[in-house]
Design a protein around this ligand. Structure first.
Ligand code: IVH
Length: 669
């Protein structure tokens, strides 16, 4: 292919991939398989890598983000990002309606919309291309998060059709769907990390992460509800938003025109209940005057538009009786108090339990058994107790005291300074901790043992057949077959899968051990850097924190893990069964020490290797790939299209720049 043909192939692939992307993420109607999509994306990536002159930051290949830490620059909003005035009752809405009617003398209509509860974002498009994405900030200026916004698949990088204004801004909300939020927390729980409180905070935290490759993994979504610009065609806000839908934006399908305040009330009543079936969080509805001309006439106060108002849903609250408090012990030994309540209907579901989080919250509420408590379902998914009706308290009722010893194994609980949670320290003798560890060990991203699940682990544990992950490899077919609901075929499947797991690479075995704070990424880093379990076990605190992305908390946890005799014994046994406790020979053979002591930062796009490949090469040769520029940086490995601020920084610090070829030469001799 000559250059012209390559260019047109690249362009057609980009267009095609953006269209698949739109069908999948905006319309939720995929038209090709993930596999086909990936193949096409790879093809495009290859062409782009081989022809860097056709680089485009808005190419679908750029949606994976970059793992170079960026610092956000502040950008002034062309149109300030104001907030809406809030209302909480029909009376307040009637007042709003009366105010408007006094100011507008002609017939008009309202538009009712869902009020999405996420992080607001403003996008600027020039000639149909995403040019900037800015957070709300203080309303006047916000953070430039364009690189992060590009990774959100439902944000179009190129607009569809040709009837969009040459230049305009569009505002919307970045959201983390409930399902993704739950999945994210599941992974955090498995890694023994503190859970995220609610989808809103997690969405806004994700949008401001400095590493866009991490943002890309978050599966954020975005809905758009406000278009601003000088040359918008339609007077109707409703029609403008429908047009934005045609340009490729995700717009809510539940927006409705209402010609009276009564119709607005109907909308509110419907969505106050129906919102629980939506995939994302909402905290109210927004009522806007539809005509943009009338909006202009009404104008703004200092803080908010006169032509719109938010009606906030009140988090539904009910009162019920606190019957008892029970305590759950998790895989990491964290003890969570749970309130057992007289069953009560709340926001469409019967609630019997509410999370109490920790001892401080119990103390703050001054909870007593048989108290009448107020339960609320707010932004958090699990209902919580928000208050106690003191007037109903029985004088003889007993105060809830946080337990002192583990409800499962009776060991005295500990609470470290600065930590909210109590822990059971009996890691190797406390049933839920043991079972939880084994469940983590067999999970898909760890040893991926087919046919084994929580129920079977429970049975095996209760029948004294397993006490730790090493015991799994001693299991015999006869023992398995005798378990409830276990046939010969299933038993065979489990044993075969255990046998196959002996080939699973070291980094996953390391993750499977369930060392607190050692998730998949940390396990990978440790394995690549230290190569064997013995090296990890013998590393000092200083050696550990010297590894990229490993901080004091992780290092301490690793050291503590290897101090426990039982843990060392289990590893020895796993080694004796043939599990991988060392990086495999292939990756080992290519290792050298040519770049030891060098901190290298990668920036731009390259011709021969992808950035991930270059990163791997740096590590393989003993160097350190760093994310941000500092005095300690040895080289900037520079491709084409390096950001100007980065260039300025390296020049200021006098950091030498090397090309891809210079770098490859360094590895030669
Ligand atoms: S319109 C000039 N529409 O609520 C006002 N805002 O307090 C433009 N929000 O900052 C905002 N859903 O982050 C509008 N359908 C919707 C919305 C919405 C959520 C957020 C937005 C805004 C805040 C207002």
């Amino acid at each position: 292919m000559d250059k012209l043909e390559i260019k047109s192939k690249i362009e057609s692939l980009r267009k095609e991939l953006e269209e698949y992307n739109y069908q999948y993420y905006v319309l939720s109607q995929p038209t090709i398989s993930d596999f086909e999509f990936d193949m096409k994306l790879k093809e495009l990536e290859k062409l782009e890598n081989g022809n860097p002159e056709f680089f485009d930051t808005n190419s679908p290949t750029q949606r994976v983000g970059s793992d170079i830490n960026q610092e956000f620059t502040q950008v002034k909003h062309k149109y300030p990002m104001l907030s809406l005035s809030n209302s909480y009752s029909k009376d307040e809405l009637i007042e709003f309606d009366n105010r408007i009617k006094k100011l507008i003398t002609e017939p008009f209509e309202y538009v009712c919309e869902l009020k999405f509860d996420g992080a607001s974002l403003s996008l600027v498009y020039e000639n149909g291309q995403l040019s900037k994405a800015v957070t709300r900030g203080d309303g006047e200026k916000g953070d430039d998060v364009t690189a992060n916004a590009r990774t959100i698949r439902s944000i179009p990088l190129h607009l569809k059709g040709n009837d969009y204004p040459e230049s305009f801004e569009i505002r919307g909300e970045v959201l983390l769907p409930f399902e993704v939020f739950a999945e994210l927390n599941k992974v955090r729980e498995a890694a023994g990390e503190q859970l995220y409180a609610n989808p809103r905070n997690t969405a806004s935290g994700s949008l401001k992460m400095q590493n866009s490759a991490e943002v890309a993994k978050r599966q954020l979504d975005a809905y758009f509800y406000y278009v601003l610009g000088e040359d918008l065609k339609e007077d109707s806000h409703f029609e403008t938003i429908q047009l934005a839908g045609k340009w490729g934006f995700k717009i809510s399908q539940h927006t409705k025109k209402c010609d009276s305040i009564e119709k607005v009330f109907e909308y509110i009543e419907y969505w106050d209940k129906a919102r629980y079936d939506l995939p994302v969080a909402t905290d109210g509805i927004v009522i806007k005057v539809n005509s943009r001309r009338l909006q202009n006439n009404l104008g703004f106060t200092a803080k908010s538009p006169r032509w719109a108002i938010a009606y906030k849903f009140t988090a539904e609250q009910v009162s019920t009786i606190l019957e008892s408090v029970s305590y759950q012990v998790g895989r990491t030994g964290a003890v969570t108090p749970v309130a057992n309540l007289s069953p009560v209907l709340l926001a469409g579901t019967t609630v019997k339990r509410a999370s109490l989080h920790n001892a401080d919250i119990i103390e703050k509420l001054d909870l007593h058994i048989n108290d009448v408590v107020f339960v609320e379902k707010g932004g958090e998914i699990i209902p919580k107790i928000v208050g106690v009706d003191d007037s109903c308290r029985h004088p003889m009722s007993t105060k809830v005291e946080f337990i002192q010893s583990c409800p499962e194994c009776n060991t005295e609980l500990v609470r470290q300074e600065g930590e909210a949670a109590h822990y059971c320290p009996n890691e190797t003798g406390c049933a839920p901790q043991i079972k939880g560890k084994i469940e983590h060990f067999i999970s898909r991203k760890a040893m991926d043992i087919d046919g084994l699940g929580q129920e079977t682990i429970d049975l095996l544990f209760n029948q004294n057949l397993i006490h730790n992950s090493a015991d799994l490899y001693e299991l015999k077919a006869e023992q398995l077959i005798h378990l409830e609901r276990m046939g010969e075929k299933s038993a065979e499947r489990i044993l075969k899968s255990l046998e196959q797991s002996k080939q699973i690479p070291f980094e996953r075995v390391l993750y499977a051990l369930g060392i607190r704070f050692v998730g998949e990424t940390v396990a990978k880093k440790l394995a690549n850097k230290l190569i064997s379990i013995d090296a990890i076990a013998n590393s000092s605190y200083e050696q550990l924190i010297d590894i990229d992305e490993i901080g004091g908390k992780i290092a301490e946890s690793i050291i503590k893990y290897f101090e426990v005799e039982d843990n060392r014994r289990i590893i020895k046994r796993l080694q004796s069964y043939g599990l991988q406790f060392q990086l495999d020979q292939n990756s080992l053979a290519d290792r050298t020490e040519k770049l030891v002591g060098l901190n290298i930062i990668i920036s731009g796009t390259f011709e021969k290797y992808s950035r991930d490949e270059l990163k791997k090469m740096i590590e393989q040769h003993g160097g350190k790939n760093v994310g941000s520029i500092s005095k300690k940086t040895s080289y900037l490995l520079a491709g084409s299209n390096i950001g100007p601020s980065k260039l300025e920084k390296v020049q200021k610090l006098g950091i030498p720049m090397i090309s891809e070829d210079d770098f490859l030469k360094m590895l030669e001799d």
